[in-house]
Design a protein around this ligand. Structure first.
Ligand SMILES: [Fe+2]
Length: 184
């Protein structure tokens, strides 16, 4: 898989560009889901989209929480902004964990995707407007950070794409989604 943290010429991509590309990807998945709302024939595609949304958001929130947020929190003087971002991730994780065991046709399936999409859109807007700007103004080494985010992303992608451990067979909901679950 190509390294998303490297441009084709091998030069580094800055951390904010990498995170922004993740945001665009997930927003386009939500847009596609939205275009299929209410169409029963598209249940299979809707299910795939939700798997992909949960997967992308899980990896993205993990690299932000493990690497990006702590560095920004240290560099800027705005605990409230960072605390709110953390709480928004917690809220998103809650909806993701509900969606992991839901299917098209289930009660509130489309509504849950739609609420998650709205919350994520607001979170992204605040992140790009406030947190990204603060990170840039604080003089953080964004190329070095982009490198770290990119390699952690690859690692998580490998871990989370690995075949499920045998313990998964014991899950109470037979056939539950295999989308990754972020650690607390
Ligand atoms: Fe983000």
């Amino acid at each position: 898989m190509p390294n998303p943290g490297k441009a084709k010429n091998g030069s580094a991509i800055d951390a904010l560009d990498l995170l922004r590309a993740d945001h665009e990807k997930v927003k386009s998945l939500f847009r596609e889901f939205d275009s299929l709302r209410g169409i029963d024939d598209e249940d299979e595609r809707k299910s795939e989209l939700v798997d992909e949304i949960c997967y992308e958001l899980t990896i993205h929130t993990m690299i932000e929480e493990e690497i990006f947020y702590p560095i920004v929190r240290d560099a800027i003087d705005d605990e409230e902004l960072m605390d709110e971002a953390d709480m928004e991730h917690t809220g998103a994780r809650e909806l993701i964990s509900q969606l992991e065991v839901m299917y098209p046709g289930d009660d509130h399936f489309e509504a849950t995707v739609s609420v998650l999409g709205e919350e994520i859109a607001q979170h992204i807007e605040k992140e790009e407007n406030d947190i990204f700007e603060a990170a840039r103004a604080a003089g953080i080494d964004l190329d070095g950070l982009g490198e770290r985010l990119s390699s952690r992303k690859e690692e998580l992608d490998e871990d989370l794409s690995a075949p499920p451990a045998p313990l998964d067979a014991l899950l109470p909901h037979e056939g539950a989604r295999r989308a990754p679950r972020a650690p607390n």
